[in-house]
Design a protein around this ligand. Structure first.
Ligand code: UDP
Ligand code: MG
Length: 337
């Protein structure tokens, strides 16, 4: 078995003999990108054919309504380097990427967006970084071409927060252009917005992570599939991750802390009431506002815990079923795995 990550000519030997293993799989989640796709596929193919690496492009159609799936299927039939994985409906970018990972055969996996905002010309540079010994190389859109107020500002805050909470500080978690050592992501079951936290999840698994500046272009065709709500969804996922990291090892750190907070609120209110009754000599039996405050606090804590537990249960459920969160309608092109 070759020690080197990237295998030239697409053949490596393993214990069972010679098996076809590719050097690189390029995974692209696609939702309504019909105009960009031909340019993108060409750009990826021409960049990689200039290297001597064997590669495949896996485009995952995430329930597009604009003919992207049809175009991908046609292209996948016509070319030898493209596989089209067509999902049954729109599951979201994370699920689409997860589907791409599951179909990928490359020793290295590179992800990028289907809208030409990432530049395929950066791929060899990311692969070089993997060769240097990193397990995950994350792109950093130093000159990001997106709206300042609705995109750049929320991202800045999110990057800072994610860095603080997960301990993996990156300038640009949101950059889709990333390269991974295949085995790192091959069997990850991602859901929600978790693809954004791949560096943090990988770090928990002991991965060596680095970040490198990449190009970024404004969207040429179509429009962004996201608005301001994504920040909210990402933040909720971040809370879950922060919780999971602790929960899996020390549940008492989580529940204990919440319990303490709850008790200190109750205690403070209790002391206040005692003070009102015994020092001021007032009757406290008629303070509806206080009852309301206590009720809200207790309910809030309960709901928070319930949400987290439900999230964990969902995860356990998915894993115990051995099922993925997406369903594939059709796979076209290359010999199907
Ligand atoms: N995408 C997807 N499923 C979705 C939404 C988006 O597969 O439900 C894909 C989309 O086609 C693109 C990538 O995810 O390739 C990033 O989406 P977009 O460019 O809209 O995000 P932005 O660049 O604005 O963050
Ligand atoms: Mg984009």
């Amino acid at each position: 078995m070759s020690n080197r990550l990237l295998v030239k000519n697409g053949l490596v030997s393993n214990e069972e003999g010679i098996s076809p293993v590719l050097a690189v799989s390029i995974v692209v989640p696609v939702y309504n990108e019909v105009e960009s796709l031909p340019h993108l596929i060409e750009a990826i193919a021409s960049t990689l054919s200039n290297t001597d690496l064997s590669y495949e492009i896996i485009c995952v159609d995430d329930g597009s309504k604009d003919g992207s799936a049809k175009l991908l299927k046609e292209q996948a039939e016509a070319r030898t380097d493209l596989q089209a994985v067509i999902l049954r409906r729109n599951y979201g970018q994370t699920a689409a990427m997860s589907a791409g990972f599951h179909h990928a055969r490359g020793k290295a996996i590179v992800t990028l967006d289907g809208d030409l905002q990432n530049d395929p010309a950066d791929i060899p540079m990311l692969l070089d970084k993997l060769e240097e010994g990193f397990d995950l190389v994350s792109g950093w859109r130093k000159k990001r071409q997106d709206a300042a107020l609705t995109r750049l500002l929320p991202s800045k805050i999110a990057n800072w927060l994610i860095g603080r909470i997960t301990g993996v500080k990156l300038n640009d978690y949101g950059c889709s252009l990333k390269a991974y050592r295949g085995e790192l992501v091959a069997d990850m079951n991602l859901y929600g917005e978790l693809h954004r936290f791949l560096p943090a999840l990988a770090y928990i698994e002991g991965a060596r992570i680095t970040e490198t500046p990449v190009r970024h272009h404004a969207r040429r065709f179509g429009s962004s599939k996201y608005g301001i709500w994504r920040t909210f969804r990402v933040l909720m996922d971040l809370l879950t991750i922060a919780f999971m990291k602790k929960f899996l090892t020390r549940p008492m750190h989580v529940f204990g802390l919440l319990g303490l907070i709850s008790i200190s609120f109750g205690g403070t209110l209790g002391i206040y009431l005692t003070w009102v009754k015994f020092i001021l000599g007032e009757d406290i039996g008629n303070r509806p506002l206080l009852i309301l405050v206590v009720l809200l606090l207790v309910t809030g804590v309960q709901l928070f815990c319930f949400g987290l537990l439900a999230e964990l249960l969902m995860r356990t459920y998915h894993e115990s079923q051995g099922r993925t969160i997406y369903r594939v309608r059709e796979v076209v092109g290359r010999d199907i795995k």
